[in-house]
Design a protein around this ligand. Structure first.
Ligand code: PLA
Length: 428
């Protein structure tokens, strides 16, 4: 009887009287949502696109350009793609942890092939959405399995680190890093801050080519940081976004994470192929945990998969196939190293040209910091007001922290940039 009554009710057609009258709403239910500010880095690219100034120069985002300031698709990427297309592979979902050949290639790049940790099965790796997505999976892992831990970020750091950990609800703090007076590392400040961090905290370290300062610790300093992490039971989380871009050599640029593993530390690493393989838009990277225990690695992998499943289910295929093809093929791998040296070399060359041009235009100021810094960026020390002058008067687009991407500069524009810098420093 009851069931029948309910069925009657359902089939009784639209209800005539109800609490919510159906009519178009006057405004949006989201009318109170505030406008978000433009992203400090990617927003610069948007402003650059909108500019009609014929002299405009985009030194904001760290994206490699050739001498004609055109984006580059590496020759090894094209070769890998033609091999992939000839295999006519399908577009099925990957597993949650990603393409096996890619995962192996990525850990080999990080630790060096045949590393004992790989052989002993102590490495958990999930292919993820480039460096950013990998960091986010790492942040989600910290939020779930290191509850209450504070994440220490270098001051300054890549701006998105704050968003990534903050959006996961992970508390973050700065440790001292950059000394503006010496344009070098404030090593004493860094050590003091990390010594004061509660045991069990996480320390985010830039694997190489620190963004935005271009200042890395020396080998001795890396060793001291590793020892400090061990003593204080801090967990190192390496952001490896520029392997190959600091020195042009993949092994040299992996010095720090390898040293930490050698010293018996467990590390978490986010890796990205955006820059070194030029796969920016393909979103290719991985989150790696190198642990001291095989069973723990197996269980951590299962949890990383659980987190990734809810975030984006499984990673994209195409870029991972490219990276795997390049790293796992001897010939392509060698060719890639040459192309990487070419990119790093071009940046180093314009770095030197910029310094010389500034020295000739403004000889009383010390510009040697430009070639002291490494990687894609120069941290110029320009103030926000000076940056505004660079953009508004000279159409040079850059981030307001004074960072310029030398990957977006060519020889032809060096003097133009130097003049704009001198004008901004002298007059603002
Ligand atoms: N980590 C650091 C230190 C980075 O500088 C970047 C990119 C990433 C991670 C993430 O890059 P991915 O997700 O493409 O792998 N930084 C750029 C671009 C190049 C950006 O801001 O997204 C930058 O201009 O700083």
């Amino acid at each position: 009887m009851q069931l029948q009554a309910r069925m009657q009710l359902r089939s009784a057609g639209p209800r005539r009287a109800g609490p919510v009258p159906v009519r178009a709403m006057a405004g949006s239910r989201f009318a109170d949502v505030a406008q978000a500010p433009p992203d400090p880095i990617l927003g610069v690219s948007e402003a650059f696109k909108a500019s009609t100034d014929p002299n405009k120069l985009n030194l904001g985002v760290g994206a490699y350009r050739d001498e004609q300031l055109k984006p580059v698709v590496l020759s090894v990427v094209k070769k890998a793609e033609s091999k992939i297309f000839s295999r006519n592979e399908n577009k099925e979902y990957l597993t949650i942890e990603g393409l096996d050949a890619f995962r192996k290639a990525t850990v080999d790049l990080l630790l060096g092939g045949d590393h004992p940790a790989i052989k002993e099965g102590r490495v958990a790796v999930v292919q993820s959405l480039s460096g950013t997505g990998s960091l986010r999976v790492g942040a989600a892992f910290i939020a779930r399995f290191m509850k209450g831990a504070t994440v220490y970020l270098s001051n300054p750091t890549w701006g998105n680190h704050r968003n990534i950990f903050g959006d996961e609800g992970v508390e973050w703090k700065y440790y001292r890093y950059f000394d503006a007076d010496t344009v070098g590392l404030d090593f004493r400040g860094m050590v003091q801050d990390l010594q004061a961090a509660p045991p069990g905290s996480v320390v985010v370290l830039h694997g190489c080519a620190h963004n935005p300062t271009g200042i890395d610790p020396t080998k001795d300093q890396w060793a001291a940081i590793a020892d400090l992490c061990k003593e204080r039971n801090l967990m190192p989380f390496f952001d490896v976004a520029y392997q190959g871009f600091a020195t042009g050599d993949l092994d040299k640029d992996a010095y720090a994470p390898r040293l930490f593993v050698e010293k018996g530390l467990e590390i978490v690493v986010s890796q990205s192929y955006s820059k070194n393989l030029g796969l920016y838009g393909e979103r290719v990277g991985a989150l790696v945990m190198v642990l001291n225990d095989k069973e723990a690695a197996t269980r951590c992998l299962s949890q990383l998969k659980r987190l990734a499943r809810a975030l984006y289910s499984n990673p994209p295929t195409h870029g991972a196939r490219i990276a795997a093809e390049v790293v796992n093929d001897k010939e392509l791998f060698e060719e890639w190293k040459g192309e990487m040296r070419g990119m790093a070399g071009r940046i180093e060359r314009v770095r030197g040209e910029l310094q010389r041009s500034l020295e000739s235009k403004y000889p009383s100021k010390d510009w040697s910091f430009i070639t002291k810094q490494i990687g894609m960026f120069s941290f110029t020390g320009l103030t926000p007001a000076q940056v505004d002058n660079m953009t508004n008067k000279h159409a040079i687009f850059m981030t307001r922290d004074g960072r310029i991407s030398l990957a977006g500069l060519n020889s032809a524009k060096v003097d133009y940039l130097a003049e704009a810098i001198v004008d901004s420093v002298r007059n603002h």
